[in-house]
Design a protein around this ligand. Structure first.
Ligand code: GLU
Length: 418
């Protein structure tokens, strides 16, 4: 037992130990690689609109600083606790290393339902959270970004709060900002575009055409909605979508542009249609070519994995597939898994582009951002597939082995201080 213990961190630890076994990492080196460098817990008092004072718990976990600053999103969700945040920080480390970014992993969060707050309350909470974190973050220490329940506006408030305390504008303190405040073109769409790009690479490998391929997307936030649009733009037929408010399915294919228009106005899927409503528990198990879990972690367990009827499992979310499910998928080679740390890496890759553009105050056009994004993903995809073939392991094992080995090598050559 330690402060991180819980279902999500236990999952990250189980995954890490299976990779450490594969890489023959001695027992005494493992804790140094797995356990976070720092974990910060803060209380964020906020005036509610009704005059009451509410206090929200906030966290930030910085996994390792071996390769450069830590990097990762900030999640506002009721499920947030320090164990979940730590697991997400560990996954960010392997993700950044796999993508070749000069970062360690971090993650932050506040235990709150952001949809229960007014805009004014959300601003108050965002500013107070950043203010509490000022002693622990910095453009060369730890750089935040959006995650579930946060968005460009929250990043603008974070950047403004940090800047007001510094007495100068420090755009490079967060990524995923609005373009008007030092954000990069293409960051908002980057994760979903990356998912669709990698799906197409996977379909190529399987010899399956994208045109007419069927897809199901769970999650309709920034990642899921852009993924659905990008898959449709590549010719796929999106049969099913879901968010935390509704689930829709149509064997003839959903009208993705209409869903996007509805979600842009309503802020959620609920209210789109009565006829197309579908059981969310059954969505992932419907037959399709491309299945994209793009919401929460641990939605595919061993039993669900047995019932999957897809050809490509593209993990837009972080940690959607449990180690039990992985064991099942090992025995189902007909399913091509694009593991999370590869599949959703487009977001942090373009965050890195945003950070370097801010540091240089030299901005790129969107075509350059997308071109560099796709090249970075292609490099990582080829590395993962080559390693999986060479070592006869799953794509997840190969991806994580590349990430863990890079961090381990850097720690070894840097040595232990003092
Ligand atoms: N929250 C995103 C992720 O999980 C993006 C992190 C970032 O851009 O720093 O990868």
């Amino acid at each position: 037992m330690n402060i991180y213990s819980g279902p999500v961190f236990d999952m990250a630890r189980t995954q890490f130990h299976s990779i450490a076994d594969h890489l023959d990492i001695p027992a005494d080196e493992r804790d140094r690689l797995l356990y976070p460098k720092r974990a910060i817990a803060v209380s964020c008092p906020v005036h509610r609109d009704d005059g009451r004072l509410a206090v929200y718990q906030g966290f930030r976990v910085q996994h390792h600083l071996t390769l450069g600053p830590t990097k990762g999103g900030t999640r506002f969700a009721p499920s947030v606790d320090i164990g979940e945040v730590a697991a997400l920080a560990v996954w960010m480390s392997w993700k950044c290393a796999l993508a070749g970014l000069p970062y360690g992993g971090a993650k932050g969060g506040v235990t709150v339902d952001p949809y229960s707050l007014s805009l004014r309350e959300l601003e108050g909470l965002s500013r107070r959270y950043m203010q509490e974190m000022i002693p622990f973050v910095g453009p060369h220490t730890d750089v935040m970004a959006p995650d579930m329940g946060t968005n460009e506006q929250v990043m603008a408030w974070f950047m403004d709060t940090y800047s007001m305390y510094q007495g100068q504008t420090v755009t490079e303190i967060v990524t995923g900002k609005p373009v008007a405040t030092g954000g990069t073109l293409g960051r908002r769409e980057a994760t979903g575009r990356g998912v669709a790009y990698l799906v197409e690479r996977a379909m190529d490998r399987l010899g399956l055409p994208m045109t007419g391929a069927t897809a199901i997307v769970q999650g309709f936030g920034n990642v899921g909605s852009v993924t659905a649009a990008a898959l449709a733009a590549r010719g796929a037929k999106v049969l099913g979508v879901a968010d935390h408010t509704a689930c829709y399915f149509d064997p003839k294919g959903l009208d993705v542009p209409a869903l996007l228009r509805h979600a842009a106005v309503a802020g959620k899927l609920a209210g789109f249609s009565n006829e197309l409503a579908f059981d969310p528990a059954a969505l992932l198990e419907q037959p399709c070519d491309i299945l994209v879990p793009a919401a929460m972690e641990r939605v595919i367990d061993g039993a669900t994995a047995q019932r999957l009827q897809c050809r490509v499992l593209a993990e837009g979310a972080n940690g959607p597939t449990t180690p039990d499910a992985d064991a099942v998928l090992q025995l189902r080679p007909e399913i091509f898994v694009i593991p999370d740390i590869l599949c959703n890496a487009g977001g942090v890759i373009v965050s890195y582009f945003e950070w370097i553009q801010d540091l240089q105050q030299f901005f790129w056009d969107e075509a350059e951002v997308n071109d560099r994004l796709y090249r970075a993903l292609q490099r990582a995809f080829v590395q993962v597939l080559d390693r999986a073939a060479r070592e006869k392991v799953s794509n997840r094992t190969a991806a994580m082995a590349i990430g863990v080995a890079k961090v381990r090598d850097a720690k070894r050559v840097r040595g232990l201080f003092p």
